[in-house]
Design a protein around this ligand. Structure first.
Ligand SMILES: [Zn+2]
Length: 951
């Protein structure tokens, strides 16, 4: 609270209301910890942090604006500080990196940056030059704090550290600044911190609260951990979806610091944890960095010992996923993690009866930072030498990455490819394009199959991996990440013992599968006849004399184009089949605006042109509605009229804030159209008629019967309900709103599900025997698919097996999705769509519903002439099923989810229900499934419900 308000408030109360004063507390938490954090020989001309706070430094949580005030003042008070603003958060708060060093060094930053970039590329630098550079460079440290906004002590430590470094005149600190550039990123997630600081104010009473379960400690939904759109910024380091990460990573990559400290907090009853990590550790990481990790941890540990502070290393801290701050390890920087037990403000009572204060937690972070800086100062030259050796290895022909190239096959989905290419290039990854076909051998497909002879089509995107960023490239593009046998053994034992896991995050994450782009890995260093990759040109041809205008439906921006025009009340149709018009071919799912549909819109041509320009998407003018040969014509049933989506997202307590946030972000980021977030407790009395599309992100809150009946009525009247993961599980188990079942409730009818599946298989691939068809006599020789198999498993056995198999469900791995390529929900997707799969509901679609995407790619297996039975389902003779694409999927899990539905669609009254078993918008990066979700949101109301005519 502001000091001024504190003074004014009693005046207001005393003059208007005869309110009784609140009782003063029996104790004050500020007296809990007597140690002084800031104890240097400080320059009086630099303001002490207390000056910017309403409390003594370290007693409470400084708000982002208080820390920013200090930074803005220090900038003018000190010549040992240079502030770089590397971006702004969604809520408009600045993101600062503070360069702290001697004034001489600060004048030479450009020179250092240049030297670092030369030291990073042995193709332009030789050993002698490298030695000179290493001799002349200061040590460089990147110190970053509180990426999770409610893990506050880090940023408070940063405030003290900034002051200490610029104000302390002791020889030790002066020497440090002479030999080091210290870059401090004090508040990595200002929006999350602001949210948490607000909740600290809101839940404060008179007496200090030491109970870590109370609201002042926990905060409330959506919590301060995440940023404005509820993204976990410490999972975004290479996906780069958020402004905080985009700005930060680009600056870090320019500066290539030797260490990067990332200060967090963990459970209140814990102690303090730092590196190095335990297995699984991503195999692309430089072994030298693991060695250095130990050196830093030892120094930090001895300082903690000396001060009687408990700590540990390793334990739950693993490093398989490259999207944590340990991302920097793939680029030659040592990542150092701090996890301080979380004290919120007042302190926390522990089982041994002591109370740990907030100030002490700030002190731990502060001391750790200084110890790490000193360790770096001692070892900087040795670390630079290791860095240089690593960089040389990356481009040498002897590295494990040398004979490996990643190839993204050409796609009409220009915008998606451009987005990926931009993300790769922004991480200094060199990418190319080929203008001629290239013949290669032993090519690895995403499904794990190896093709002996393969021709890379021209126009492919090629990333040869003999380049300076080889370890990073491999970490984020390799189809499968190596996991040690020993880790797998421990993981399996943990699953069997108590259903736990030693994996802290997803076990699959590669970019091309996330993006739903077809790619191959070639076991050679492709380098001939390549040119630097550039985005394809965009042609906006909007002729006012045309009869209609069309955007190709493969491009994700086609959905945006349609959504934005509909929002401006333009009537839009969609062509639900591949088509050739005016000599040009377009994919199914192409939105088209027909002049005759919009007779009264005088601005139509301008609107289309502006929308296309704004989105930078190609548009074509068409002059005839006659589709050549058997292809659709413009008056037929394949030109389907869309319905303007009017969207609400169910939100608040009981829903996963991540899934709510990413749904919200997807609408804002991919579409930019209006929508409402509803507090779910309002369903019962809100006027749902304002919306025709309701999004139910993954959730854990069961709806009560009256809420269910409100939803049912709304759907019956034409609404489109789209649910993800937890909410899908809830709707399925409710049993009254959808016919879809979870596999564990389906075994009594498993035969029926199998017959439906066989119909699907045969409807996609049937051979005709003319003699059989034209036979005039009745025949007893009719084949029934389910009779071809003799391996029928009874429901008791299925039930038992299912229980066992469910112990082994994946925690974020890619499995193959088999898409129904005639369904409108799959516009713009590839045939085998990678699905990021976890412990999701395993969906069974019976009659009356459609399984739009199922798990498992059907492949030819010529050695097989019998039906294979997998649990409840059969696979037609001559086929096999590919399930696992990337990451850890135990065979038991593959068997359990084989042929189940990932996505279902069913009619309900005049409306429809669309269920995703998973979370299609994961981390704003699963573009493959995100497209399907966007189709559901934008096209659902027009494509899957009865058209409404306003009389
Ligand atoms: Zn954290």
């Amino acid at each position: 609270m502001n000091k001024k308000i504190l003074i004014i408030l009693p005046l207001i109360f005393s003059s208007f209301i005869f309110a009784e004063n609140l009782k003063s507390p029996t104790s004050y938490s500020k007296n809990l910890y007597e140690e002084i954090i800031l104890s240097g020989n400080y320059d009086k001309k630099i303001d002490h942090p207390d000056k910017f706070l309403d409390f003594n430094y370290g007693d409470r949580v400084a708000s982002p604006s208080q820390i920013h005030d200090a930074i803005n003042t220090y900038k003018n008070q000190s010549d040992k500080l240079k502030v770089v603003t590397y971006g702004y958060s969604h809520e408009g708060r600045p993101l600062h990196a503070l360069f702290i060093s001697s004034p001489e060094n600060l004048n030479n930053l450009e020179d250092f940056e240049d030297k670092l970039s030369r030291l990073s590329d042995p193709r332009v630098t030789n050993n002698r030059q490298a030695k000179e550079i290493i001799e002349s460079l200061p040590a460089i440290a990147w110190m970053s704090y509180s990426i999770h906004g409610n893990e506050t002590s880090g940023s408070d430590a940063a405030l003290g550290l900034i002051y200490h470094l610029i104000a302390d005149n002791s020889p030790k600190t002066l020497n440090m600044l002479k030999n080091m550039v210290i870059i401090i990123d004090p508040i990595m997630n200002p929006d999350g911190r602001a949210r948490f600081v607000k909740s600290l104010e809101q839940y404060r009473g008179t007496a200090p609260n030491y109970d870590d379960q109370s609201l002042i400690h926990t905060g409330d939904w959506p919590y301060g951990r995440t940023n404005h759109y509820y993204f976990d910024l410490n999972r975004d380091w290479f996906y780069l979806t958020q402004p905080e990460t985009q700005g930060r990573v680009s600056l870090i990559n320019k500066w290539r610091p030797q260490i990067l400290v990332d200060a967090h907090e963990m459970g209140a009853q814990d102690t303090f944890m730092t590196g190095p990590a335990r297995e699984p550790i991503n195999k692309n990481m430089d072994k030298d960095l693991l060695k250095w990790g130990n050196v830093f941890a030892q120094d930090q540990g001895s300082e903690f010992d000396k001060r009687n502070w408990r700590f540990y290393t390793g334990e739950w801290h693993e490093d398989l996923y490259p999207g944590y701050s340990f991302y920097v390890n793939f680029r030659g920087t040592l990542g150092i993690l701090y996890e301080q037990s979380r004290m919120a403000e007042d302190g926390v009572k522990r089982p041994e009866g002591t109370i740990q204060s907030y100030k002490e937690s700030v002190h731990h972070q502060f001391v750790s930072s200084l110890v790490n800086l000193n360790t770096l100062l001692k070892n900087t030259k040795e670390m630079y030498k290791d860095f240089w050796d690593g960089r040389k290895l990356n481009i040498s022909k002897d590295s494990k990455w040398a004979n490996q190239s990643f190839v993204i096959l050409p796609t009409k989905n220009k915008s998606r490819l451009n987005t990926l290419a931009k993300k790769l290039q922004s991480q200094d990854i060199e990418i190319y394009i080929n203008s001629e076909e290239i013949d290669v051998v032993n090519v690895l497909k995403q499904t794990g199959d190896v093709i002996n002879q393969f021709t890379i089509p021209k126009g492919s995107t090629i990333i040869p991996n003999r380049q300076p960023e080889a370890p990073l490239i491999s970490a984020i593009l390799e189809f499968d990440t190596e996991i040690d046998e020993d880790v797998l053994k421990k993981e399996r034992e943990a699953a069997l013992r108590d259903g736990s896991s030693i994996m802290y995050d997803t076990t699959a994450f590669n970019f091309t599968m996330m993006y739903g782009l077809e790619a191959v890995t070639v076991p050679e260093n492709l380098k001939d006849n390549l040119s630097i990759w550039e985005p394809a040109s965009v042609e906006i041809d909007v002729d006012e004399n045309a009869i209609m205008w069309i955007v190709d439906g493969t491009d994700d921006l086609s959905v945006t184009f349609a959504a934005r025009l509909m929002e401006q009340d333009v009537q839009v149709r969609i062509v639900d089949k591949d088509i050739i018009l005016s000599g040009k071919s377009f994919s199914r799912g192409s939105p088209v605006v027909i002049a005759m549909d919009n007779p009264k819109n005088s601005m139509l041509v301008q609107l289309i042109k502006n929308t296309a320009k704004n989105l930078n998407v190609s548009v074509s003018s068409l002059y005839t509605g006659f589709g050549s040969e058997e292809l659709p014509d413009w008056g037929g049933r394949h030109f389907r009229l869309l319905n303007k989506p009017q969207i609400a997202i169910l939100s608040h307590e009981g829903f996963s804030s991540y899934d709510v946030g990413v749904s919200w972000w997807s609408l804002d980021h991919h579409l930019g159209i209006r929508h409402s977030q509803l507090n779910t407790s309002m369903i019962g009395y809100a006027d749902l008629r304002r919306y025709n599309t309701l999004i139910m992100p993954s959730g854990y809150r069961p709806l009560n019967q009256s809420e269910i009946s409100v939803l049912k009525d709304w759907i019956k009247q034409g609404g489109t309900l789209i649910a993800n993961n937890g909410s899908t599980r809830m709707l399925v188990s409710d049993n009254s709103i959808t016919s879809i079942k979870d596999v564990s409730d389906s075994f009594e009818n498993s035969h029926d599900y199998n017959i439906k599946l066989q119909r699907e298989f045969l409807s996609n691939n049937t051979t005709i025997d003319l003699d059989y068809v034209n036979n005039n006599k009745i025949t007893s020789d009719i084949s029934y698919p389910w009779e071809a198999t003799d391996n029928r498993i009874d429901s008791d056995t299925l039930q038992k097996r299912d229980k066992w198999q469910s112990l082994f469900m994946p925690s974020g791995a890619f499995v193959s999705g088999r898409v129904d390529d005639k369904h409108w929900l799959t516009f713009g997707t590839i045939d085998t769509l990678p699905l990021l799969y976890s412990n999701f509901p395993v969906l069974m679609a019976g009659s009356g519903s459609k399984a739009v995407i199922r798990v498992g790619e059907l492949i030819n297996d010529n050695n097989q002439d019998i039906y294979k039975t997998i649990n409840w389902s059969d696979i037609p003779a001559g086929n096999d099923l590919n399930i696992r694409m990337s990451g850890l999927v135990w065979p038991e899990a593959s068997t359990r989810i084989a042929n189940s539905a990932y996505l279902t669609q069913e009619r309900y009254g005049k409306g429809q229900i669309i269920l995703f078993s998973g979370e299609p918008n994961f981390r704003g990066s699963s573009f493959g499934t995100n497209r399907v979700w966007l189709n559901a949101v934008v096209y659902g109301s027009g494509m899957g419900t009865s058209a409404r005519i306003n009389p």
